[in-house]
Design a protein around this ligand. Structure first.
Ligand code: GDP
Ligand code: GDP
Length: 455
C-alpha cells in the first residue's frame, strides 16, 4: 500500500492527542440521567463506549476528538459521575461551571419525558452568565408523535429546542449542525486576554502535593492577575509570575488555589480542570509529593500531560520532609514507574523552604526549547543514514526494511514521519527514538514518530 500509515508502536498509539489542533470545544451538560452519555456515544459512533453501567464510576477521559460533517471538534463529556442526593446542587453547579470554562460552546440536554425541572432552570442561569452560546437538546423524544414534548422548553429562553432521541439517533444531525454553527461563531470571540509573548505553564498534580505552596514561593510579590475576556466569570484566572527574571503565564491559578474536596465527584472535577489547564499550556510542571508513596493518580496526571504532547518538568516537592528511607524508595520508583518519561528533567525541591526552586526556570526553558525544536531535513536524513548503517533493521521474511527518507512534520511537540520500504519493528522504532534523542536533545518533550510504508 502506497499510503499505509502504520500506527502500532508505543509512540504512535498516543498520536491522536499529540498535535494540538485549533479546534473548538463543545461541552455536553445537563442534570444526571437526561442522556448525556448516550448522546456522546451517538456522536462518537463506535470509537468510544463511555456509558458506564456502574453508578459512581469516574471515567478516565474527559474530552474526545469528534467529527461531524467534515468539522473536527473536541467533545467534553461531563456525565461521568452520579451526584449524591444532598450534594446535588453544588455538584451540578461545579459541573456546569467547569464545562463552561473548558468549552467554546455548550449543548444543554434536558429530558423531554420528564419535562422542565427547577434544576434545568438553574443550569440555564449559570450558562447564561457565562456568555457561551448554548444549543438546547430535548432528549428522549423517540418518535414523531412525541415531538410536542419539546415545545415547553421554549420557556428556558435558549431559542429553539431540538427534539432528539440520543438512543435512536433521531434529530441528532440537526442538533449537531446547530451546535457546530455556534461553535464556529464562538471560536472567533472566545479566548483569554493572554499575553501571547509569554510562555504558558500549567502547574499540575493531585491535591496536596504543594501546588499553591510552590506558586506562592515562586511569585513572592511579583504577580499579576489576568481575567478572562468576557469578565463574566471569576474563573479561570491566569497569573503572570516572574521566575528567574522572566515572566511566565501560569494557567488557571484560581483552580490551583481552590479546594473542591467537599464537592461530590471532586476528583472528577479536578481532573477536568487539570485537563483544561494542560490543553491551554505549552509546558506542564508535574508536581509530586516525594515524601509520600507515588500514587496512580500522580502518574495519571503525568500521563495527561505527556499524552497531550506538552513539554514537561517533573517536580519532586517536600524534599525537606524526606529521610534516607524516603529517598531510596523514590529512586526505586524512578526506575519502575517513570520509565515512560526517562527523557524528562527532574527537579527535587522544597516549596516550603524555597530550596532548589531556583533550578526550575532553567529546566522549564530547556524543555520548551526541545518542544520548539526543528531538525532540518538534510541534517535529519544524514543522521538517520548513519544510524541505519550502524544498526540495520533485522531481516523480515528474507527482506530488509530500509528507511528511505524522513522529515520533521511539525514541532510543539516534535513529530517525525519516516518513509520506509517495510514495517519497522517496535524495538527498532525505540532504537530510532533513543538515537534521535541522543543526537538532538529533546530533553523534556515527548516526540512522536510515525512510519509511512513505500514499496
Ligand atoms: P447521563 O447521566 O445524562 O449521562 O444519562 P445516560 O446517557 O446515562 O442515560 C440515562 C438513561 O436514559 C439511560 O437509561 C439511557 O438508556 C436513557 N436514555 C438515553 N437517551 C435516551 C433516548 O433517546 N430515549 C430514551 N427513551 N431513553 C434514553
Ligand atoms: P496543593 O493542594 O497541591 O495546592 O497543595 P498545598 O500547596 O496546599 O500544600 C499541601 C500541604 O503540603 C500544605 O500543608 C503545605 O504546607 C504542605 N507543603 C507544601 N509544600 C511543602 C514542602 O515543600 N515541604 C513540606 N514539608 N510541606 C509542604
Amino acid at each position: 500500500g502506497d499510503e499505509a500509515l502504520i500506527d502500532g508502536s508505543a509512540f504512535d498509539d498516543r498520536s491522536e492527542t499529540y498535535t494540538p489542533k485549533a479546534v473548538g470545544v463543545l461541552a455536553i451538560v445537563g442534570r444526571p440521567n437526561v442522556g448525556k452519555s448516550t448522546l456522546v456515544n451517538r456522536v462518537l459512533g463506535r470509537r468510544a463506549a463511555v456509558v458506564e453501567d456502574t453508578p459512581g464510576v469516574t471515567r478516565d477521559r474527559v474530552s474526545y476528538d469528534a467529527e461531524w460533517a467534515g468539522t473536527d471538534f473536541k467533545l467534553v463529556d461531563t456525565g461521568g459521575w452520579e451526584a449524591d442526593v444532598e450534594g446535588i446542587d453544588s455538584a451540578i453547579a461545579s459541573q456546569a461551571q467547569i464545562a463552561v470554562q473548558l468549552a467554546d460552546a455548550v449543548v444543554l440536554v434536558v429530558d423531554g419525558q420528564v419535562g422542565m425541572t427547577a434544576t434545568d432552570e438553574r443550569i440555564v442561569k449559570m450558562l447564561r452568565a457565562s456568555g457561551k452560546p448554548v444549543t438546547l437538546a430535548v432528549n428522549k423524544v423517540d418518535d414523531r408523535e412525541s415531538e410536542y414534548m419539546a415545545a415547553e422548553f421554549w420557556k428556558l429562553g435558549l431559542g429553539e429546542p431540538y427534539p432528539i432521541s440520543a438512543m435512536h439517533g433521531r434529530g441528532v444531525g440537526d442538533l449537531l449542525d446547530a451546535a457546530l454553527d455556534n461553535l464556529k461563531k464562538a471560536e472567533k470571540t472566545s479566548g483569554f486576554l493572554t499575553p501571547s509573548h509569554l510562555r504558558r505553564v500549567a502547574l499540575v498534580g493531585r491535591p496536596n502535593v504543594g501546588k499553591s505552596s510552590l506558586l506562592n514561593q515562586l511569585a513572592h510579590e511579583q504577580r499579576a492577575v489576568v481575567h478572562d475576556m468576557a469578565g463574566t466569570t471569576r474563573d479561570p484566572v491566569d497569573e503572570i509570575v516572574n521566575v528567574d527574571g522572566e515572566d511566565w503565564l501560569f494557567i488557571d491559578t484560581a483552580g490551583i488555589k481552590r479546594r473542591l474536596h467537599k464537592v461530590s465527584g471532586a476528583d472528577y472535577y479536578s481532573s477536568l480542570r487539570t485537563q483544561a489547564a494542560i490543553e491551554r499550556a505549552e509546558l506542564a510542571l508535574v508536581l509530586f509529593d516525594a515524601s509520600q508513596p507515588i500514587s496512580d493518580q500522580d502518574l495519571k496526571v503525568m500521563s495527561q500531560a505527556v499524552d497531550a504532547g506538552r513539554a514537561i518538568v517533573l517536580v519532586f516537592n517536600k524534599w525537606d520532609a524526606m529521610d534516607e528511607f524516603d529517598k531510596q524508595r523514590l529512586e526505586r520508583l524512578w526506575i519502575t514507574e517513570f520509565d515512560r518519561v526517562t527523557w524528562a528533567q527532574r527537579v527535587n525541591l522544597s516549596a516550603k523552604t524555597g530550596w532548589h526552586t531556583n533550578r526550575l526556570a532553567s529546566a522549564m526553558r530547556k524543555a520548551l526549547e526541545s518542544w520548539d525544536q526543528r531538525v532540518p531535513t538534510g541534517k535529519l536524513n544524514a543522521f538517520l543514514g548513519r544510524v541505519q548503517a550502524a544498526h540495520p533493521h533485522p531481516l523480515r521474511g528474507g527482506k530488509q526494511p530500509r528507511i528511505l527518507f524522513a522529515t520533521q512534520a511539525s514541532n510543539r511537540p516534535p513529530r517525525f514521519v519516516i518513509f520506509a520500504t517495510g514495517f519497522l519493528e517496535h524495538g527498532y522504532r525505540r532504537y530510532l527514538e533513543r538515537s534521535l534523542r541522543e543526537e538532538f536533545g529533546f530533553e523534556g518533550t515527548p516526540i512522536q514518530i510515525s512510519v509511512n510504508i513505500r514499496e
